[in-house]
Each structure stands twice: as C-alpha cells, then as structure tokens.
Design a protein around this ligand. Structure first.
Ligand code: MN
Length: 203
C-alpha cells in the first residue's frame, strides 16, 4: 500500500508524483536506485513488487565488495511511477533535497540459480516470500549494478536489512561504483541540480 507515501507528503509544494492508482505493468520487474541528497545523503534502493516499489534507504550506497555489508533501512512503499522521478523537493517538504535516478533496470529473484525475468507472477511470488522470510537474493540488470545481490533482514528487527554483493563475476572489492555519480536518465549529478534551485526555495 502507498497510503504512507501519501500521508507523508503535501502535494502542492512537492514536485513528486501524486499517485492516482497503484500501477500495473508487464515484463520483468524493475528496480531503481535514487540518489537523494536529503538531510543526509543516501541511496534509495527500490524493487517493484505488487504494483509498488518496496524501498530501502542505504546511507552508504551499494558496494561491489562482497565483504561489505551495507545497512538498508526499509522505508514506506513508493508508487511504481516514482521510479522516473528526479528533481528538487523544496525546503520544508518531506525529504527536501535533490533526487536523481542513479541506476535502474530489471531484476529477478535468483535463488538456486533460477531466474524469473520472463515470469512476472513467479518472480513476485518469490520476492514476497523473501520479504517475509528476511532473505531475498536477486539478480540485477542495471547500468551500474549488475549480477547477484542479497538483502538480509537483521535479527530482531523489522526495518533493518543488509545489502550485500554476492561473490560472482561482477564482484569487485576495489571498485567504487559511487564514483559514477550521474543520473542514468539525464546525465545530471546532484551538484548539477543543486545549481538550479527552484524559485520557491528560500532555505
Ligand atoms: Mn530518500
């Protein structure tokens, strides 16, 4: 449900999407990572399932080093169309700051080497199972993020998960993917957006 998303926002000032409905789509499930210079810089890691984007805030961003566990805090579901959003959320609004689409593409559960890029129903079923059990292994086909990753819920916690790169041919302990800091949609960086401040921004 995206009620939490609506409740947190005032849709007059924010340029973010007001969701009319929960969307449906076809083909492989999508993922998006939005770099968000809010009160603290973080990366919003979002996975499509059931017509919404399940979302985690990853303060340090994804790492290609399989030895690095990145804290990923589950936040409210976002509407599917949010995956296209980039721009500046005005000062004083929820999540105020710049947002770019840092990466996006498709994903599939990949446990036991089985993929469901071509079977949306089965893919969603597996994702839901993983969300309940607290272990979700997925293969990602993005521009920056590729290969197998896992999300593991921490013990005695609802919201705290870890995002970890699996050891596969894409794993690269010394690669700092965060250096690739431009939007995959517009080519803009957070700094670029920063220099085009909206007129309503008095902060
Ligand atoms: Mn965010």
């Amino acid at each position: 449900m995206i009620q939490d998303y609506k409740d947190k926002r005032d849709f007059k000032p924010t340029p973010e999407l007001f969701p009319e409905r929960e969307s449906t789509s076809e083909g492989p499930l999508i993922f998006v990572v939005q770099k968000h210079a809010g009160r603290q810089l973080h990366y919003d890691f979002r996975l499509e399932v059931g017509g919404v984007l399940k979302s985690w805030a990853v303060s340090k961003g994804p790492s290609y080093n399989p030895g690095t566990k990145r804290l990923a805090i589950m936040v409210e579901d976002h509407p599917l169309d949010y995956s296209n959003f980039e721009g500046t959320i005005p000062q004083g609004e929820y999540g105020a700051g710049q947002v770019i689409v840092w990466d996006r593409g498709t994903y599939s559960p990949d446990e036991d080497g089985e993929f469901f890029f071509n079977d949306r129903t089965k893919a969603e079923e597996k994702v839901r199972e993983g969300l309940v059990s607290g272990i979700l292994s997925i293969s990602i086909r993005g521009e920056k993020l590729k290969g197998s990753w896992t999300l593991v819920r921490m013990q005695h916690s609802d919201k705290n998960w870890l995002l970890i790169k699996h050891r596969d041919k894409f794993a690269a302990p010394n690669r700092n993917i965060l250096k690739e800091d431009a939007s995959v949609i517009s080519g803009l960086t957070i700094d670029d957006l920063n220099s085009i401040r909206p007129s309503s921004d008095k902060g």
